[in-house]
Ligand binder design. Structure first.
Ligand code: PHE
Length: 369
């Protein structure tokens, strides 16, 4: 809704608003960066075409952190100190966001991550926000679905031990699954980039489980599942949002048939707002937006709406406006930020079949969360 006495060009804002973005544009999780930039660019172009923010034009300054936490720290420091951006969007991978959040908090520049789900990210301080749910909920959603919908009781878990996201999801899944009556029979570890998962998978095969929880990123998970099928393991894998990439299917589509993931959004959602976004994205890029693109689209809009309300480039004013975000109508759901600067939203369960994702069900956060 329009505020009274709409401001003339500029108002409290300079003609150009510099927004810093850091993403993994290259490296092991490059599709995360590409998709996120698709969403951020679309939101920004639409907003600029509609007059920008109170007449001021948004300019994006993008840095590639190559998916490396140390590089994220370097590039975000540059965005904040040299480019003097008024706010920062990024990253996807939680390990990168955690490191960069420390920089933004210290420099008192608001940072909004569209998609980093690890709890530690927004704990870095009051300048750090996200528009996605957090992993204590995501792990619980996977456990609930396995026990209540699939009626599976015996789980193996395979974790990327150096990845905050994977470790956090394993913890929350294990706790919830056990509380719901399931048994974690065996747990194995790997490190991103490993070539062979033979030892871990052989152990899991001998243990005889109903399914395997694999909260990792798409590159490794694609390989793990491919190798599991080669070893004769037929049980489903269940994973998280980190599987969401067009490159997940590289090891072959059939290996993934009957697997499930928790995620933030489904292209099957008939909501007109969601379908309008998908149509606009397809028209712009010739591609269907994944969850990263959708979250980034929402994240950019939430930030721009906050800057508009703040009517200022001052970090504290933008922070306060972001913190006041309530009932923002996103394509990934309605976004209200809680006292910990996290969004509280449902998760969707997607089934993998024939090389694509199919909506299965929605898991809502319980009221005690
Ligand atoms: N939630 C993941 C993380 O924190 C990132 C991610 C989000 C990946 C959505 C894919 C889709 O590391």
């Amino acid at each position: 809704c329009e505020r009274k006495g709409r401001a003339a060009v500029g108002d409290g804002l300079p003609p150009v608003l510099k927004i810093g973005v850091y993403m993994p544009m290259t490296g092991d999780t490059a599709t995360f960066g590409t998709s996120s930039m698709g969403g951020i660019r679309l939101a920004t172009e639409q907003r600029n075409a509609a007059g920008g923010i109170r007449g001021s034009r948004i300019e994006l300054i993008l840095e590639d952190d190559r998916g490396q936490p140390e590089e994220a720290k370097t590039v975000v420091t540059r965005l904040v100190t040299r480019e003097k951006v008024i706010a920062v969007l990024g990253e996807v991978g939680s390990a990168r966001s955690i490191v960069a959040a420390s920089v933004c908090q210290q420099k008192r520049v608001p940072m909004l991550t569209p998609s980093s789900t690890n709890e530690k990210v927004t704990r870095k301080g009051d300048f750090i926000f996200r528009v996605c749910f957090i992993d204590p909920f995501q792990g619980e959603a996977a456990a609930k679905f396995a026990v209540q919908d699939l009626k599976l009781r015996r789980a193996a878990i395979i974790t990327d031990v150096k990845n905050d996201y994977s470790v956090g999801l394993t913890k929350s899944f294990r706790e919830s699954f056990t509380r719901l009556g399931g048994t974690v029979v065996i747990e194995k570890n790997y490190q991103a980039g490993d070539a062979s998962f033979n030892a871990q998978l052989t152990g899991i095969r001998e243990a005889g489980v109903d399914f395997i929880y694999a909260p990792g990123y798409y590159g490794d998970v694609g390989q793990i599942i491919k190798q599991a099928r080669e070893l004769g393991i037929r049980v489903p894998f269940i994973g998280g949002d980190g599987w969401d990439s067009p490159d997940l299917w590289r090891g072959g589509k059939e290996a993934l048939d009957g697997c499930f993931i928790t995620n933030h959004y489904s292209v099957d959602n008939p909501d007109p707002r969601v379908q309008a976004f998908i149509a606009a994205y397809r028209q712009r890029y010739g591609d269907t937006p994944d969850a990263l693109a959708a979250l980034a689209y929402d994240g950019a809009q939430v930030l721009y709406a906050a800057i508009e309300r703040a009517n200022s480039t001052d970090g504290e004013k933008i922070r306060d406006a972001l913190a006041a975000t309530r009932d923002f109508p996103g394509v990934t759901g309605t976004i209200s930020l809680d006292a910990n600067r996290n969004a509280v939203k449902p998760a969707v369960i997607l089934e993998l079949r024939d090389g694509s994702y199919h909506y299965r069900t929605t898991i809502h956060p319980s009221s005690d969360q």
